[in-house]
Design a protein around this ligand. Structure first.
Ligand code: SF4
Length: 299
């Protein structure tokens, strides 16, 4: 056997054991599909139903209209709230506009909403660890009716005044990295000590499972492709985790973003997909790598 052939045989694609659509995403997409099938009038969705360009494009082809402002939805029309959830103010405005609301908010996010609302009723202060421009964080913060401080990192914690409240509840976005969140939690505990109610980490099981699967992947692969859109928080965390584990990682929408020169010098390539990325994109990526010489595929 020539040296070249031995070299080629070693080229292997590994797939993350847990990857792609989570239950919340499946439910949200199925909800829109069902409404499209049942309704004779257009179905409107506030924000992207889930953060994935392919999913959005497919739904648009079926006639779904995505809007960023409920003022653009005709009174009486069908409106779906995305998997990320919305604030109490948006919900009220949609009701006042006479829209037929279907709520596709993930049940895990709904639990956070309920805790944030109860925090507001009890006149506690809410500290929400999350990305301030992410719809999930905006929606959850909006359930606390103004009494919420959003922190993205330890620096934000340092900037908070000491006197933000006598009782403070701390919640988190669902798609964070637990290790990074722990650092922020420690900074909050150090600053607010006795005023803090028991800390509540809301990072969901789907996020944790996908992150753990990428860590395993990184122990075998030196290049990892994460399939997901740029605005997908959980997909971006997967890329960061792969890099922290020492792999070269790239967040890609689909297989078309893979250039052969990018693969130079890599033998074991890992593939995972964010919670909003369809499995078909994983399979197309595997097929492309096979065409480029990566013959084996292992999970
Ligand atoms: S990532 Fe978690 S919180 Fe978000 S939709 Fe999926 S299961 Fe729900």
């Amino acid at each position: 056997m020539s040296a070249k052939t031995r070299d080629e045989i070693k080229k292997t694609v590994f797939l993350a054991k847990t990857r792609g659509f989570c239950a919340g995403v499946k439910n949200a997409i199925n909800t829109v599909d069902r409404l499209v099938a049942e309704s004779k009038s257009p179905v409107y969705v506030l924000h992207e139903i889930v953060h994935n360009r392919h999913v959005i494009r497919n739904l648009r082809k079926k006639g779904v209209v995505f809007v960023e402002d409920i003022g653009l939805v005709p009174p009486g029309a069908n409106l779906v709230f995305s998997a990320h959830g919305v604030s109490a103010m948006i919900e009220k405005a949609a009701i006042q506009r006479g829209l037929k609301i279907t709520d596709a908010t993930c049940p895990i996010v709904k639990k956070i909403h309920s805790k944030a609302s109860s925090c507001s009723r009890k006149k506690w202060t809410l500290i929400l660890i999350g990305h301030r421009n992410h719809p999930e964080t905006i929606g959850a913060a909006g359930r606390a009716k103004g009494n919420c401080r959003i922190v993205e990192d330890e620096k934000d914690v340092q900037k908070l005044p000491k006197n933000i409240g006598e009782k403070i509840l701390c919640l988190t976005q669902t798609t964070l990295n637990p290790e990074e969140t722990l650092k922020i939690e420690r900074a909050i505990k150090k600053k607010f000590g006795g005023k803090l109610l028991p800390f509540q980490n809301n990072i969901c099981y789907a996020t944790v499972k996908r992150q753990n699967a990428v860590k395993k992947l990184a122990s075998k692969c030196d290049l990892i492709f994460i399939i997901g859109s740029k605005n997908s928080s959980n997909s971006r965390r997967l890329k960061e985790i792969a890099e922290k584990c020492g792999a070269t990682a790239a967040l890609i929408e689909d297989q078309t973003m893979i250039k052969p020169e990018f693969l130079c010098g890599h033998k074991n390539i890992g593939i995972s997909a964010g919670a909003s990325a369809p499995e078909i994109l994983v399979q197309k990526t595997v097929s492309k790598l096979k065409r480029l010489g990566w013959e084996k595929c292992k999970i």
